[in-house]
Design a binder for this molecule. Structure first.
Ligand SMILES: C[S@@+](CC[C@H](N)C(=O)[O-])C[C@H]1O[C@@H](n2cnc3c(N)ncnc32)[C@H](O)[C@@H]1O
Length: 250
């Protein structure tokens, strides 16, 4: 992914200020209870600016966040709560001195792994560091929804007291690869002096079907114990962009 999230990181929390991290964390805790997760040691893959990690720590969990963007980790470190730590590393090959009861990866991080080699390495790595019967919970883009809804150009504008960020997203669809390359054009306007700054990022995203994830799980030592629409808990359909997978280490 190269330089992804390098500049984007500076505007990440503003761009996603309406994302309900509290509700998502409560949802996750509900899943842990429902699937009888034991222990409180969590590894989070692609921990971003650390929002879920901090909220989980407030509920008594210990979290190690693995994040490849040094800029995202810098922001996360400024706000981190007791019981939270971050490591700059790639989720395909991170190393740890301890094992974990639970692995999580939220907001489509696994969809950033666009090739099978990276997916297999990541799942094997998670398997290695998870305790017996540990859960691995993640959400990914859902192929059925991508085929049915077909991604199109979108514009998002957000502002705070100092800046206005305009993000134009232009998708390029690679149907035979199950990849949508999302090309972001981002303009940041300084509301104090009117100056603007422009940059671009490319986020290639892979989408998945349940049989694909089941095969990946099976070959890396997991069982898919449940899938549902992320947050709403609905049965995945062509309307479901993000599907939540709950895997158990065999
Ligand atoms: C959409 S953000 C989600 C961040 C956070 N989980 C959240 O919910 O706000 C995706 C994050 O995954 C990270 N990421 C993507 N691929 C990664 C990889 N191979 N190794 C480590 N981090 C990765 C990105 O740097 C980015 O911070």
């Amino acid at each position: 992914m190269g330089q992804n999230f390098k500049l984007y990181s500076q505007y990440y929390d503003l761009l996603y200020k309406d994302k309900d991290y509290v509700a998502e964390t409560d949802y996750l805790i509900g899943l842990l209870e429902k699937y009888h997760s034991k222990g409180n040691k969590i590894i989070e893959l692609g921990s971003g600016t650390g929002k879920h990690a901090n909220l989980l720590a407030e509920k008594g969990h210990q979290i190690l966040g693995i994040e490849q963007s040094a800029e995202m980790v810098e922001i996360a470190n400024q706000n981190k709560k007791e019981g939270v730590s971050f490591q700059i590393a790639d989720i395909t090959d991170f190393r740890s001195n301890i094992s974990f009861d639970i692995a999580i990866s939220l907001f489509h991080v696994i969809s950033y792994l666009t090739n099978n080699g990276a997916l297999i390495k990541t799942f094997k790595n998670v398997h290695h560091y998870l305790n017996k019967e540990g859960l691995f919970i993640f959400d990914v883009w859902h192929s059925a929804a991508v085929h049915s809804q077909i991604p199109e150009k979108r514009t998002k504008i957000l502002r705070n007291q100092n800046i206005e960020v305009t993000r134009n997203a232009k998708p390029v669809i690679y149907s035979e690869l199950n990849i949508v390359e999302v090309n972001y054009d981002i303009t940041v306007k300084d509301l104090n002096n009117g100056s603007t700054h422009f940059f671009q990022e490319q986020h290639p995203m892979r989408h998945f079907s349940r049989p694909e994830i089941e095969l990946l799980a099976y070959t890396t030592g997991f069982e898919v114990i449940h899938t549902e629409e992320f947050l709403s808990q609905a049965t995945p359909s062509v309307e479901t962009w993000g599907v939540c997978y709950i895997l158990k280490k065999l």
